[in-house]
Design a binder for this molecule. Sequence first.
Ligand SMILES: Cc1cc2nc3c(=O)[nH]c(=O)nc-3n(C[C@H](O)[C@H](O)[C@H](O)COP(=O)(O)O)c2cc1C
Length: 348
Amino acid sequence: MPTNTALFEPCLLNSTLTLSNRIVMAPLTRCMAGPGLVPTRQMADYYGRRAEAGLIISEATVIRADGQGYPDTPGIYSQAQIEGWKTVTEQVHQKGGKIFLQLWHVGRLAHSHFSDRQPVAPSAVAFEGSVPRMRDLTYELPRALSAAEIEQLVADYAQAAENAITAGFDGVEIHGANGYLIDQFLHHDTNHRTDDYGQTPENMSRFALQVIDAVAERVGADRTGIRLTPGAYTHMQADARDRAVFDYLLEELNRKELAYLHLGIFDDSLTFDFLDGRASEYLRRHYRGTLIGVGGLTPAAAAEGLVQNRFDLAAIGRPFIANPDYVSRVKQAEPLVEYHQDMLTELV
Ligand SMILES: Cc1cc2nc3c(=O)[nH]c(=O)nc-3n(C[C@H](O)[C@H](O)[C@H](O)COP(=O)(O)O)c2cc1C
């Protein structure tokens, strides 16, 4: 029996969601939305071609105008955007697939170029560097959110989640990873607050938990997943004190009965001293629900992770850009086309 058969076992995610296999298409920003950040017919075809995945997670999708940090990333806050996404979800469903929408606010990685507004963040700490794909735009100093603005943001996440369900998505993934807004609250490098949202693990987890509760209340915990980056490997500096924040947050997540927890990392062979090993191992030790592993997984490594019970589902990113028919190829043990960055210029 080929070792990768574990990838093709169905997964009962919860009482309302069954996935036909354990391969998840990881969220992949493509910067190809149309005017008004509306998803296009080409995007619907692109996702439709990948509907064999047990679950597709959409590219990160901005919940409101000041959450945008890259050109032409889709939104989920206008009626036109909801209508555009309907063409995507219809295609995926027609082909027997399932798709969640990734809810995104980039926080301090936003730019006034996109929304005419100063970026907002937990604290007024700028990220050094320039906006990808727009090298002449350097990151701006963000403004620290007030408590009232945080409350509004939580409501905006819930509204965006509802919009996603209206657009036909099977659920939503809260983007709490990769140094964006929610992750900025979870790390000492970017959270210098002295109010109820800073300094202690409980306070630093508060925003993430409020968003999770508001979204789960609106669309159901069974339709809510979250992506987290305990390793702080991008857009911020790791700090050994962050560990206590994630210890606390994960214990709270154990009570929420979410659809899943999804690791965010490009290479899961990386080890972190303050996490006592790999980020996926750390999450597995602390989180008792369904875990999605990711990060440089070959089909064999993904299958091995499932067999060894290191995660329950395997997310595949770059290989899915290079191979729209990734699932069939792996099933039939056909060779995969190797990913190359040049493939990002076209939506194949
Ligand atoms: C072009 C590109 C776009 C990405 N966009 C997102 C995104 O929108 N949201 C997200 O959480 N991760 C994003 N990621 C990270 C992937 O979801 C995934 O974690 C990463 O590529 C590692 O998996 P892989 O080794 O199978 O590619 C992106 C990665 C790439 C290469």
